[in-house]
Design a protein around this ligand. Structure first.
Ligand SMILES: *Cc1c(COP(=O)(O)O)cnc(C)c1O
Length: 401
Protein backbone atom coordinates (compact mmCIF):
# COMPACT_ATOMS: atom_id res chain seq x y z
CA UNK A 1 0.00 0.00 0.00
CA UNK A 2 1.26 3.49 -0.77
CA UNK A 3 -0.18 6.98 -0.43
CA UNK A 4 0.45 8.80 -3.73
CA UNK A 5 -0.17 12.21 -2.12
CA UNK A 6 2.43 13.10 0.48
CA UNK A 7 0.86 15.54 2.95
CA UNK A 8 3.53 15.12 5.61
CA UNK A 9 5.79 17.95 4.42
CA UNK A 10 5.48 21.61 5.30
CA UNK A 11 3.88 22.53 2.00
CA UNK A 12 0.16 21.70 2.01
CA UNK A 13 -1.23 20.79 -1.42
CA UNK A 14 -3.75 23.19 -2.94
CA UNK A 15 -7.50 22.61 -2.81
CA UNK A 16 -7.83 21.40 -6.42
CA UNK A 17 -4.95 18.99 -5.86
CA UNK A 18 -6.65 17.57 -2.76
CA UNK A 19 -9.85 17.07 -4.80
CA UNK A 20 -7.94 14.94 -7.30
CA UNK A 21 -5.36 13.23 -5.09
CA UNK A 22 -6.37 13.13 -1.40
CA UNK A 23 -7.58 9.86 0.07
CA UNK A 24 -6.11 7.45 -2.43
CA UNK A 25 -4.25 4.42 -1.11
CA UNK A 26 -2.61 2.54 -3.96
CA UNK A 27 -2.42 -1.25 -3.61
CA UNK A 28 0.44 -3.51 -4.73
CA UNK A 29 -1.31 -3.75 -8.13
CA UNK A 30 -0.16 -0.17 -8.85
CA UNK A 31 -3.59 0.80 -10.20
CA UNK A 32 -3.92 4.40 -11.36
CA UNK A 33 -7.65 4.92 -10.70
CA UNK A 34 -9.04 3.82 -7.36
CA UNK A 35 -10.38 0.26 -7.17
CA UNK A 36 -13.77 -0.69 -5.70
CA UNK A 37 -13.41 -3.01 -2.73
CA UNK A 38 -16.62 -4.98 -3.23
CA UNK A 39 -16.28 -6.97 -0.05
CA UNK A 40 -18.52 -7.12 3.00
CA UNK A 41 -15.96 -8.71 5.33
CA UNK A 42 -12.20 -8.96 5.78
CA UNK A 43 -9.97 -11.86 6.78
CA UNK A 44 -7.35 -12.18 9.51
CA UNK A 45 -3.97 -13.87 9.42
CA UNK A 46 -4.70 -15.73 12.65
CA UNK A 47 -7.20 -16.20 15.44
CA UNK A 48 -5.04 -13.95 17.59
CA UNK A 49 -5.14 -11.18 14.98
CA UNK A 50 -8.94 -11.51 14.74
CA UNK A 51 -9.20 -11.28 18.52
CA UNK A 52 -6.99 -8.18 18.65
CA UNK A 53 -8.95 -6.52 15.84
CA UNK A 54 -12.30 -7.23 17.50
CA UNK A 55 -11.00 -6.00 20.83
CA UNK A 56 -9.98 -2.74 19.18
CA UNK A 57 -6.33 -3.32 20.09
CA UNK A 58 -5.11 -3.14 16.49
CA UNK A 59 -6.54 -1.00 13.70
CA UNK A 60 -7.90 -2.50 10.50
CA UNK A 61 -10.99 -3.67 8.68
CA UNK A 62 -13.45 -6.15 10.15
CA UNK A 63 -16.77 -5.74 8.40
CA UNK A 64 -18.04 -3.24 5.80
CA UNK A 65 -20.84 -1.92 8.01
CA UNK A 66 -17.94 -0.42 10.00
CA UNK A 67 -15.23 0.31 7.43
CA UNK A 68 -14.40 -0.37 3.80
CA UNK A 69 -11.32 0.94 1.93
CA UNK A 70 -13.35 2.53 -0.89
CA UNK A 71 -15.63 4.28 1.58
CA UNK A 72 -12.58 5.40 3.55
CA UNK A 73 -10.99 6.87 0.41
CA UNK A 74 -14.08 9.02 -0.16
CA UNK A 75 -14.24 10.02 3.52
CA UNK A 76 -10.58 11.03 3.61
CA UNK A 77 -10.89 13.11 0.44
CA UNK A 78 -14.03 14.93 1.62
CA UNK A 79 -12.49 15.52 5.07
CA UNK A 80 -9.44 17.07 3.38
CA UNK A 81 -11.65 19.35 1.26
CA UNK A 82 -13.83 20.51 4.17
CA UNK A 83 -10.81 20.86 6.45
CA UNK A 84 -12.19 18.42 9.04
CA UNK A 85 -10.38 15.83 11.14
CA UNK A 86 -12.90 13.10 10.41
CA UNK A 87 -15.63 12.22 7.93
CA UNK A 88 -18.29 9.53 8.16
CA UNK A 89 -20.02 8.53 4.92
CA UNK A 90 -23.65 7.49 5.13
CA UNK A 91 -26.26 5.83 2.93
CA UNK A 92 -28.02 9.14 2.18
CA UNK A 93 -28.01 12.79 3.15
CA UNK A 94 -30.93 12.13 5.47
CA UNK A 95 -29.07 9.34 7.26
CA UNK A 96 -26.16 11.76 7.74
CA UNK A 97 -28.54 14.10 9.59
CA UNK A 98 -30.14 11.22 11.50
CA UNK A 99 -26.74 9.78 12.52
CA UNK A 100 -25.58 13.20 13.70
CA UNK A 101 -28.68 13.77 15.83
CA UNK A 102 -28.92 10.29 17.31
CA UNK A 103 -25.25 10.16 18.23
CA UNK A 104 -24.88 13.67 19.67
CA UNK A 105 -28.32 14.38 21.21
CA UNK A 106 -30.41 12.77 23.92
CA UNK A 107 -33.95 13.03 25.34
CA UNK A 108 -34.51 16.44 26.92
CA UNK A 109 -32.27 18.26 24.45
CA UNK A 110 -33.49 21.09 22.27
CA UNK A 111 -32.40 21.94 18.73
CA UNK A 112 -32.96 25.09 16.71
CA UNK A 113 -33.24 24.77 12.97
CA UNK A 114 -33.71 27.31 10.24
CA UNK A 115 -37.27 26.93 8.97
CA UNK A 116 -36.20 26.81 5.33
CA UNK A 117 -34.30 23.51 5.58
CA UNK A 118 -34.84 20.55 3.26
CA UNK A 119 -38.40 19.18 3.65
CA UNK A 120 -37.39 15.73 4.93
CA UNK A 121 -35.12 17.37 7.49
CA UNK A 122 -38.08 19.27 8.95
CA UNK A 123 -40.09 16.04 8.89
CA UNK A 124 -37.30 14.14 10.68
CA UNK A 125 -36.98 16.81 13.37
CA UNK A 126 -40.70 17.48 13.92
CA UNK A 127 -42.23 14.03 13.49
CA UNK A 128 -39.52 11.60 14.58
CA UNK A 129 -36.97 13.20 16.91
CA UNK A 130 -39.77 14.71 18.99
CA UNK A 131 -41.05 11.17 19.71
CA UNK A 132 -37.81 10.53 21.55
CA UNK A 133 -38.01 13.65 23.69
CA UNK A 134 -35.93 16.02 21.56
CA UNK A 135 -37.55 19.43 21.18
CA UNK A 136 -37.20 21.57 18.08
CA UNK A 137 -37.77 25.25 17.28
CA UNK A 138 -37.69 26.87 13.86
CA UNK A 139 -36.43 30.35 13.04
CA UNK A 140 -36.01 32.46 9.90
CA UNK A 141 -32.52 31.56 8.61
CA UNK A 142 -30.97 35.00 8.30
CA UNK A 143 -32.41 36.54 11.48
CA UNK A 144 -29.64 36.09 14.10
CA UNK A 145 -31.76 37.73 16.80
CA UNK A 146 -34.47 35.13 16.23
CA UNK A 147 -31.91 32.34 16.80
CA UNK A 148 -30.77 34.05 20.01
CA UNK A 149 -34.37 34.54 21.21
CA UNK A 150 -35.31 30.86 21.15
CA UNK A 151 -32.14 29.58 22.82
CA UNK A 152 -32.86 27.61 26.02
CA UNK A 153 -30.62 26.13 28.70
CA UNK A 154 -31.12 22.69 27.08
CA UNK A 155 -30.37 23.82 23.50
CA UNK A 156 -27.61 21.54 22.21
CA UNK A 157 -27.51 22.10 18.45
CA UNK A 158 -28.19 24.79 15.87
CA UNK A 159 -28.89 23.46 12.40
CA UNK A 160 -28.71 25.62 9.27
CA UNK A 161 -28.71 25.20 5.53
CA UNK A 162 -27.11 28.12 3.71
CA UNK A 163 -27.94 29.19 1.06
CA UNK A 164 -31.49 27.96 1.56
CA UNK A 165 -33.65 26.12 -0.93
CA UNK A 166 -35.19 27.55 -3.09
CA UNK A 167 -34.90 31.26 -2.16
CA UNK A 168 -31.11 31.25 -1.57
CA UNK A 169 -31.27 33.11 1.73
CA UNK A 170 -28.06 33.05 3.76
CA UNK A 171 -26.94 33.11 7.34
CA UNK A 172 -23.65 34.52 8.57
CA UNK A 173 -21.99 31.25 9.59
CA UNK A 174 -19.28 32.93 11.67
CA UNK A 175 -21.84 34.91 13.68
CA UNK A 176 -24.09 31.87 14.15
CA UNK A 177 -21.10 29.79 15.31
CA UNK A 178 -20.25 32.45 17.88
CA UNK A 179 -23.82 32.44 19.16
CA UNK A 180 -23.77 28.64 19.37
CA UNK A 181 -20.48 28.52 21.25
CA UNK A 182 -21.40 31.21 23.78
CA UNK A 183 -24.31 28.94 24.70
CA UNK A 184 -22.34 25.70 24.66
CA UNK A 185 -24.16 24.40 21.57
CA UNK A 186 -22.94 22.81 18.38
CA UNK A 187 -23.48 24.38 14.98
CA UNK A 188 -24.25 21.96 12.13
CA UNK A 189 -24.32 23.34 8.59
CA UNK A 190 -25.84 21.47 5.65
CA UNK A 191 -23.33 22.43 2.95
CA UNK A 192 -25.15 20.72 0.09
CA UNK A 193 -25.71 23.81 -2.07
CA UNK A 194 -22.16 25.17 -1.89
CA UNK A 195 -19.94 22.12 -1.35
CA UNK A 196 -16.44 22.79 0.07
CA UNK A 197 -15.47 24.38 -3.24
CA UNK A 198 -17.62 27.45 -2.51
CA UNK A 199 -17.93 27.45 1.28
CA UNK A 200 -16.06 25.80 4.16
CA UNK A 201 -18.24 26.10 7.28
CA UNK A 202 -15.66 24.51 9.61
CA UNK A 203 -13.20 27.29 8.82
CA UNK A 204 -15.93 29.80 9.76
CA UNK A 205 -16.47 28.16 13.15
CA UNK A 206 -19.14 25.52 12.49
CA UNK A 207 -18.65 22.21 14.32
CA UNK A 208 -20.26 19.84 11.85
CA UNK A 209 -20.80 19.82 8.11
CA UNK A 210 -23.56 17.69 6.61
CA UNK A 211 -23.71 16.60 2.99
CA UNK A 212 -26.19 15.03 0.67
CA UNK A 213 -23.57 13.50 -1.65
CA UNK A 214 -26.50 12.72 -3.96
CA UNK A 215 -26.30 16.26 -5.31
CA UNK A 216 -23.09 18.03 -6.41
CA UNK A 217 -20.59 15.54 -4.96
CA UNK A 218 -21.90 12.94 -7.40
CA UNK A 219 -22.69 15.63 -9.94
CA UNK A 220 -24.29 13.36 -12.48
CA UNK A 221 -27.39 12.11 -10.67
CA UNK A 222 -26.35 8.47 -10.22
CA UNK A 223 -26.21 7.56 -6.52
CA UNK A 224 -27.78 8.43 -3.18
CA UNK A 225 -25.35 9.09 -0.32
CA UNK A 226 -24.36 11.47 2.45
CA UNK A 227 -21.59 12.44 4.84
CA UNK A 228 -20.82 14.16 8.13
CA UNK A 229 -17.52 16.01 8.60
CA UNK A 230 -16.10 17.41 11.82
CA UNK A 231 -13.63 16.70 14.60
CA UNK A 232 -12.18 13.33 15.57
CA UNK A 233 -14.10 13.09 18.83
CA UNK A 234 -17.64 13.93 17.70
CA UNK A 235 -17.54 12.60 14.16
CA UNK A 236 -14.70 10.06 14.27
CA UNK A 237 -15.93 8.52 17.55
CA UNK A 238 -19.56 9.47 18.25
CA UNK A 239 -21.13 9.61 14.78
CA UNK A 240 -19.00 6.68 13.62
CA UNK A 241 -19.99 4.69 16.70
CA UNK A 242 -23.66 5.18 15.87
CA UNK A 243 -23.14 4.32 12.20
CA UNK A 244 -21.28 1.07 12.83
CA UNK A 245 -24.01 -0.01 15.24
CA UNK A 246 -27.14 1.21 13.47
CA UNK A 247 -25.85 0.59 9.95
CA UNK A 248 -26.83 3.45 7.59
CA UNK A 249 -23.50 2.79 5.85
CA UNK A 250 -22.50 3.94 2.37
CA UNK A 251 -21.98 1.16 -0.19
CA UNK A 252 -18.48 0.79 -1.71
CA UNK A 253 -19.85 1.32 -5.21
CA UNK A 254 -21.55 4.60 -4.27
CA UNK A 255 -18.42 5.70 -2.40
CA UNK A 256 -16.37 5.10 -5.54
CA UNK A 257 -18.77 7.23 -7.63
CA UNK A 258 -18.62 10.09 -5.10
CA UNK A 259 -14.85 9.75 -4.70
CA UNK A 260 -14.39 10.10 -8.46
CA UNK A 261 -16.98 12.89 -8.47
CA UNK A 262 -14.85 14.95 -6.10
CA UNK A 263 -12.04 15.01 -8.68
CA UNK A 264 -14.10 17.26 -10.95
CA UNK A 265 -16.04 19.08 -8.21
CA UNK A 266 -13.99 22.33 -8.29
CA UNK A 267 -14.34 22.61 -12.07
CA UNK A 268 -18.03 21.81 -11.98
CA UNK A 269 -18.94 24.18 -9.15
CA UNK A 270 -17.19 27.07 -10.89
CA UNK A 271 -19.00 26.25 -14.15
CA UNK A 272 -22.41 25.86 -12.43
CA UNK A 273 -21.86 29.20 -10.69
CA UNK A 274 -20.74 31.07 -13.81
CA UNK A 275 -23.73 29.86 -15.85
CA UNK A 276 -26.17 30.55 -13.02
CA UNK A 277 -24.90 34.12 -12.70
CA UNK A 278 -25.32 34.73 -16.44
CA UNK A 279 -28.82 33.27 -16.32
CA UNK A 280 -29.79 35.29 -13.23
CA UNK A 281 -28.72 38.54 -14.92
CA UNK A 282 -30.75 37.67 -18.02
CA UNK A 283 -33.83 36.67 -16.00
CA UNK A 284 -33.70 39.89 -14.01
CA UNK A 285 -34.18 41.87 -17.22
CA UNK A 286 -36.97 39.70 -18.64
CA UNK A 287 -40.35 41.50 -18.60
CA UNK A 288 -42.27 38.35 -17.55
CA UNK A 289 -40.09 37.96 -14.43
CA UNK A 290 -41.13 39.71 -11.25
CA UNK A 291 -38.11 38.89 -9.09
CA UNK A 292 -34.95 36.79 -9.18
CA UNK A 293 -33.44 35.14 -6.10
CA UNK A 294 -29.71 34.60 -6.60
CA UNK A 295 -26.93 35.58 -4.15
CA UNK A 296 -24.71 36.75 -7.02
CA UNK A 297 -27.07 39.59 -7.93
CA UNK A 298 -26.56 43.04 -6.42
CA UNK A 299 -30.34 43.01 -5.78
CA UNK A 300 -30.00 40.03 -3.39
CA UNK A 301 -30.43 41.37 0.16
CA UNK A 302 -27.39 39.42 1.37
CA UNK A 303 -25.17 39.84 -1.67
CA UNK A 304 -22.31 41.29 0.40
CA UNK A 305 -22.41 38.39 2.87
CA UNK A 306 -22.47 35.88 0.01
CA UNK A 307 -19.45 37.54 -1.59
CA UNK A 308 -17.59 37.35 1.73
CA UNK A 309 -18.65 33.87 2.84
CA UNK A 310 -18.66 32.01 -0.47
CA UNK A 311 -16.07 31.67 -3.25
CA UNK A 312 -18.87 31.92 -5.85
CA UNK A 313 -22.65 32.03 -5.76
CA UNK A 314 -23.68 28.47 -6.66
CA UNK A 315 -25.89 26.86 -9.26
CA UNK A 316 -29.41 27.44 -7.89
CA UNK A 317 -31.52 30.28 -9.28
CA UNK A 318 -35.15 30.88 -8.30
CA UNK A 319 -37.41 33.39 -10.00
CA UNK A 320 -41.01 34.59 -9.73
CA UNK A 321 -43.00 34.96 -12.90
CA UNK A 322 -45.97 37.29 -13.20
CA UNK A 323 -49.22 35.33 -13.34
CA UNK A 324 -48.91 32.83 -10.48
CA UNK A 325 -49.07 29.06 -10.82
CA UNK A 326 -50.48 29.03 -14.34
CA UNK A 327 -47.63 31.16 -15.67
CA UNK A 328 -45.00 29.20 -13.73
CA UNK A 329 -46.32 25.90 -15.06
CA UNK A 330 -46.37 27.35 -18.60
CA UNK A 331 -42.67 28.23 -18.33
CA UNK A 332 -41.86 24.75 -17.01
CA UNK A 333 -43.99 22.93 -19.60
CA UNK A 334 -42.59 25.02 -22.47
CA UNK A 335 -39.05 23.75 -21.87
CA UNK A 336 -37.80 21.03 -24.17
CA UNK A 337 -34.30 20.36 -22.90
CA UNK A 338 -34.50 21.12 -19.17
CA UNK A 339 -35.42 18.14 -16.97
CA UNK A 340 -38.59 18.57 -14.93
CA UNK A 341 -37.39 17.09 -11.66
CA UNK A 342 -36.89 18.31 -8.12
CA UNK A 343 -33.33 16.94 -7.93
CA UNK A 344 -30.36 19.27 -8.18
CA UNK A 345 -26.61 19.20 -8.52
CA UNK A 346 -26.62 17.42 -11.87
CA UNK A 347 -24.77 18.14 -15.10
CA UNK A 348 -28.28 18.35 -16.59
CA UNK A 349 -30.24 21.51 -15.77
CA UNK A 350 -33.39 20.77 -13.77
CA UNK A 351 -36.51 22.86 -13.29
CA UNK A 352 -39.22 22.59 -10.67
CA UNK A 353 -42.26 24.36 -9.20
CA UNK A 354 -41.50 24.42 -5.44
CA UNK A 355 -45.06 25.30 -4.29
CA UNK A 356 -46.48 22.05 -5.71
CA UNK A 357 -43.46 19.74 -5.37
CA UNK A 358 -40.69 20.18 -2.77
CA UNK A 359 -42.84 22.51 -0.67
CA UNK A 360 -46.24 21.01 -1.58
CA UNK A 361 -46.81 19.27 1.75
CA UNK A 362 -46.43 22.27 4.03
CA UNK A 363 -49.55 24.37 4.73
CA UNK A 364 -50.41 27.33 2.47
CA UNK A 365 -49.77 29.63 5.47
CA UNK A 366 -46.28 28.19 5.94
CA UNK A 367 -45.64 28.63 2.22
CA UNK A 368 -46.58 32.32 2.38
CA UNK A 369 -44.44 32.75 5.50
CA UNK A 370 -41.47 31.15 3.70
CA UNK A 371 -41.97 33.12 0.47
CA UNK A 372 -42.75 30.06 -1.66
CA UNK A 373 -45.22 31.89 -3.91
CA UNK A 374 -47.22 30.21 -6.69
CA UNK A 375 -45.27 32.00 -9.42
CA UNK A 376 -41.91 30.73 -8.16
CA UNK A 377 -39.76 28.53 -10.41
CA UNK A 378 -36.46 26.97 -9.33
CA UNK A 379 -33.71 26.13 -11.79
CA UNK A 380 -30.63 24.10 -10.81
CA UNK A 381 -28.29 25.23 -13.55
CA UNK A 382 -26.36 22.40 -15.17
CA UNK A 383 -23.36 22.23 -17.44
CA UNK A 384 -25.02 22.64 -20.85
CA UNK A 385 -24.25 25.74 -22.96
CA UNK A 386 -25.74 28.67 -21.01
CA UNK A 387 -27.28 30.02 -24.23
CA UNK A 388 -29.25 26.78 -24.66
CA UNK A 389 -30.56 26.90 -21.08
CA UNK A 390 -31.62 30.50 -21.65
CA UNK A 391 -33.30 29.71 -24.99
CA UNK A 392 -35.26 26.87 -23.37
CA UNK A 393 -36.58 29.20 -20.67
CA UNK A 394 -37.21 32.05 -23.12
CA UNK A 395 -39.82 29.96 -24.97
CA UNK A 396 -42.26 30.02 -22.06
CA UNK A 397 -41.27 33.40 -20.65
CA UNK A 398 -41.64 35.21 -24.00
CA UNK A 399 -45.11 33.69 -24.43
CA UNK A 400 -46.21 35.39 -21.19
CA UNK A 401 -45.44 38.90 -22.44
C1 LIG B 1 -31.29 16.32 -0.91
C2 LIG B 1 -30.95 17.06 0.32
C3 LIG B 1 -30.87 16.40 1.55
C4 LIG B 1 -31.18 14.95 1.72
O1 LIG B 1 -30.27 14.14 1.05
P1 LIG B 1 -30.63 12.69 0.48
O2 LIG B 1 -29.34 12.26 -0.11
O3 LIG B 1 -31.73 12.87 -0.51
O4 LIG B 1 -31.06 11.86 1.63
C5 LIG B 1 -30.50 17.15 2.66
N1 LIG B 1 -30.23 18.48 2.55
C6 LIG B 1 -30.32 19.13 1.38
C7 LIG B 1 -30.02 20.58 1.33
C8 LIG B 1 -30.68 18.46 0.22
O5 LIG B 1 -30.77 19.11 -0.94
Amino acid sequence: MSHPLDTSGSRRPGFDTLAVRAGQTRTAEQEHSDPIFATSSFVFASAAEAAARFAGETPGNIYARFTNPTVRAFQDRLAALEGGEACVATASGMSAILSTCLSLLRAGDHIISSRSVFGSTTNLFSNYLTRFGIEVSYVPLSDLEAWARVLRPNTRMLFAETPSNPLTELVDIRALAELAHTHDCLLAVDNCFCTPVLQRPLSLGADLVIHSATKYLDGQGRCVGGAVVGDAERVGKEVFGFLRTAGPTMSPFNAWVFHKGLETLPLRMRAHSASALTLAHWLEKHPAVERVHYPGLASHPQHALAARQQAAFGGIVAFEVKGGREAAWRVIDSTQMLSITANLGDAKTTITHPATTTHGRITPEQRVEQGIVEGLVRVAVGLEDPTDIQADLARGLDSLC
